[in-house]
Design a binder for this molecule. Structure first.
Ligand code: GUN
Ligand code: FE
Length: 454
């Protein structure tokens, strides 16, 4: 038998198929020394009883109670790490003013490495405690504190994708928060990529660098071109904002006569490892480019309700098999939980389906058939996110990384109330998605390493 690090015995949920889920009542998930799932056994399997006994005998078996559920770790495809101090305030303005008045002044403070050292540990811990085992981060324009974020993720054991933000367009960036030159920013980005890859303790590449043009308005053509070259050279991940609001969409049309996707494509920034936050105003051509490049969309439903000016085409994206997962978009939305984001994604699609104006007849008020289900939202949060980051996470299957959490519904301060005689497996999963909070998340593992234990 392969060297097994530990096994977990109990019930689990996951979503091997989009739109459907699987419930296993008493599975044994065995994890090897590399943090990869070596086997998933069920009571009918031949080796099941033998493995339970031998793991138990060597004190390597975690046994769940009937109120505990093993679930895949959550993937957050879009987090602005420096905006954590702003989470929950200042959401009264439209996107452009919000950036200028609140966000850029806050991000500018990360020139001070000590400030980064105060903020980043709190954020990474909050995300892990809420079950986010993989996170895709925007940091700031500052190379040193961006590297500090990468170090912090590594220290706390989170699978992370970290980007030094690039913004050099003087008409859009305030003088106190802009690169000193395009050339220097590109050099710093290249050095940042190399430094993250070579970080002490990052031999397994738990933390990866991400090329990060903030969005079209904040970047010059030279910047987009240079970042595109680095993307081709290093084959690393890319993240940016894409057609997020009327204003952002119109900016690209007015300045370039193109959509964001077309522009990013021109500059070599659309790859299998590209993550496009928001992507509200997509044209059919944009969808075609996203599909054939294999790039992914980070759907940020609550933030969209504040900034997007329109609803996301989540139903169409799912039906068209575009790669897509969920993002919290802290602090464009305040809540550091992808479980909560699942609920937001469902609500967002339901408001779209029904429409809003009471002065319009019901049949014409909304867009029929555009809802997504809770199970689809949960698929986006786990499997969809895993596809977007190009990692084998989100499922309990042999060969997948063991990124997982345990939900305990039997704690004093639980909002989840499960009644075994009344609730089907689907009811239970939906209750967990809707009502779970961080107190219910008792244990979290990333790559087989336990990172939360309470
Ligand atoms: N577009 C450019 N920067 C940002 C940001 O920080 N948050 C959001 N939501 N949109 C952006
Ligand atoms: Fe964002």
């Amino acid at each position: 038998m392969l060297e097994i690090k530990f096994g977990i015995l109990g019930q689990y949920f996951h979503c091997p198929q989009k739109g459907d889920f699987e419930y296993a009542a008493q599975a044994l998930v065995m994890v090897d020394q590399q943090g990869v799932i070596a086997a998933v056994l069920h009571p009918q399997d031949e080796q099941y009883a033998y493995n339970i006994e031998s793991l138990r005998a060597s004190s390597k078996l975690v046994e769940l109670t009937s109120a505990q559920y093993l679930m895949p770790g959550m993937v957050d495809l879009h987090v602005h790490a420096p905006q954590f101090p702003q989470a929950g305030k200042g959401l009264d303005l439209p996107l452009y003013d919000w950036l200028q008045d609140y966000t850029f002044p806050l991000e500018a403070k990360f020139a001070d490495l000590d400030f980064a050292k105060q903020v980043y540990p709190r954020l990474v811990n909050s995300l892990l405690a809420n079950g986010t085992t993989s996170a895709v981060y925007f940091a700031t324009i500052h190379a040193e504190s961006s590297l500090e974020l990468a170090r912090e993720c590594l220290k706390q054991g989170q699978r992370a994708f970290v980007g030094k933000v690039n913004m050099d367009e003087p008409t859009q960036c305030p003088p106190f928060y802009i690169e000193s030159s395009t050339e220097q920013a590109l050099q710093q980005t290249e050095q940042f990529i190399q430094q993250v890859i070579a970080l002490d303790g990052n031999q397994q590449q738990l933390v990866s660098p991400v090329i990060t043009p903030r969005f079209v308005p904040s970047c010059t053509v030279e910047m987009l071109q240079g970042l595109g070259q680095l993307t081709q050279q290093y084959q690393c991940h890319v993240q940016t904002h894409c057609s997020e609001s009327d204003w952002a969409r119109d900016y690209s049309q007015q300045h370039y006569g193109k959509t964001d996707v077309a522009l990013y494509h021109d500059f070599g920034l659309m790859t299998r490892k590209t993550i496009l936050a928001h992507s509200i105003f997509l044209t059919p051509d944009d969808c075609e480019v996203i599909k054939h490049t294999g790039a992914s969309i980070a759907h940020c439903p609550l933030s969209n309700m504040y900034f997007a000016n329109a609803a996301m085409q989540t139903r169409e994206i799912l039906d068209n098999d575009l790669h897509c997962g969920l993002g919290s978009d802290i602090a464009g939305a305040p809540i550091p939980s992808i479980f909560h984001t699942c609920l937001d994604a469902v609500s967002h699609s339901r408001v779209r389906e029904d429409g809003t104006s009471t002065y319009i007849a019901a049949a014409e008020r909304g867009e029929a058939g555009k809802r997504i289900s809770f199970i689809e939202a949960y698929w986006l949060a786990t499997v969809g996110g895993g596809i977007a980051i190009d990692a084998k996470v989100g499922l309990f299957q042999t060969g997948y990384e063991f990124d997982a959490l345990i939900i305990d519904t039997d704690i004093d301060d639980s909002n989840i109330y499960i009644v075994d005689e009344m609730d089907s497996a689907k009811d239970k999963l939906e209750k967990i998605i809707c009502l779970n909070n961080r107190q219910n998340i008792r244990k979290v593992w990333v790559k087989g390493q336990q990172v939360i234990n309470k």
